[in-house]
Write a protein that binds this ligand. Structure first.
Ligand code: ZN
Length: 138
C-alpha cells in the first residue's frame, strides 16, 4: 500500500529545483513531492537524515535518522511514529502528551496532516515538519 517513497535515507543529498517553493502550493492544498522535498531541504538542509517531523499522535519529534537507526523502512519515516520501532508505550498513543508512541499512519485513525502527491499522482499523508507546526498545533 505505502510502497511509494518520498525520499531515501541512504541518499546523501537531495537536489531540488530552486523555483519550487511552498509559495506555489496547488489550490487543493496538496504539495507535489518536489515541493515537499524543497520545503524539507529549506528547513533542514539537503540531507534527508536530518529532516525532522512531529508525530501527530504524541507530539514526539524525530529525524529520519532516528527511524533509520530504529530499523524502520524509509516509507515509515514521517508516516508512523518512530516509537513503533523502539518498543514505545502504547498508552501514549493519541494523547499528545509526549512520546514516542505506537501510532501507525496506515491504521484506522489517520492523523497525518500533510498531503503529498507523488510523481505518479498517488497521494500520501505524512507528518508535519518539526518546527513548522507549533503555531497551528493548538
Ligand atoms: Zn507518536
Amino acid at each position: 500500500m505505502q510502497s511509494r517513497i518520498l525520499f531515501s535515507s541512504s541518499r546523501q543529498a537531495i537536489t531540488v529545483n530552486e523555483t519550487s517553493t511552498s509559495d506555489s502550493i496547488a489550490g487543493d492544498g496538496v504539495l507535489s513531492a518536489e515541493q515537499w522535498r524543497a520545503e524539507a531541504s529549506r528547513l533542514f538542509g539537503p540531507d534527508p537524515l536530518r529532516w525532522r517531523f512531529v508525530c501527530p499522535s504524541c507530539g514526539h519529534v524525530a529525524a529520519v535518522e532516528d527511524w533509520k537507526n530504529a530499523g524502520a523502512k524509509d516509507t515509515q519515516a514521517a508516516f508512523s511514529c518512530v516509537g513503533r520501532y523502539i518498543g514505545a508505550d502504547d498508552s501514549r498513543t493519541f494523547r499528545k502528551e509526549g512520546g514516542p508512541c505506537t501510532y501507525a499512519g496506515g491504521g484506522l485513525i489517520r492523523l497525518n496532516p500533510v498531503a503529498v502527491r507523488h510523481e505518479d499522482g498517488a497521494i500520501t499523508h505524512v507528518f508535519a515538519f518539526a518546527g513548522a507546526t507549533t503555531a497551528a498545533a493548538a
